[in-house]
Ligand binder design. Structure first.
Ligand SMILES: [Zn+2]
Ligand SMILES: [Zn+2]
Length: 141
């Protein structure tokens, strides 16, 4: 929490109760939640915080660099609270996303075509898979 307060100050942002609550919830959810999933948890604790506020707060955290957006197949945008460089294995059926680390993947050079035109902030590999559970249950959802 101290870390969060320090980050807000660095960014020149007020530490409001809503922002603190959203941050606390993010630190509890380690499953790459959607906006809706975060909003649901927020509503349980503080029903007067609107979906819009949650959505804007998440966007602010992304701008601050303490939260990352990850593109996901199926149910849209997800958020990642793990600040360390890592990669993802995603199940295309249930949408579950698991983190993994790989020095091999981290060391893949950025292609010239990209680095010549863009300032690269991060790189991430996503493996699209079918997880064990989904493979066992033959039904397609
Ligand atoms: Zn699955
Ligand atoms: Zn992740």
């Amino acid at each position: 929490m101290d870390w969060f307060v320090k980050k807000c100050r660095e960014y020149g942002m007020k530490v409001t109760p809503q922002r603190t609550l959203v941050f606390e919830i993010l630190s509890m959810l380690h499953n790459h939640p959607t906006v809706a999933a975060v909003a649901r948890e927020v509503a349980l604790r503080s029903p007067n915080v609107s979906f819009d506020t949650v959505n804007r707060t998440l966007q602010t955290f992304v701008d601050m660099g303490i939260l990352h957006k990850i593109p996901a197949t199926g149910n849209g945008l997800r958020f990642d609270t793990n600040p360390l460089p890592h990669h993802h294995v995603q199940c295309v059926r249930c949408g579950r996303i698991v983190d993994f680390e790989s020095p091999e993947l981290d060391s893949i050079p950025v292609p010239k075509a990209v680095s010549a035109r863009y300032k690269v902030l991060s790189k991430m590999v996503v493996f699209e898979t079918v997880c064990d559970e989904c493979a066992r249950s033959k039904q397609v959802r």
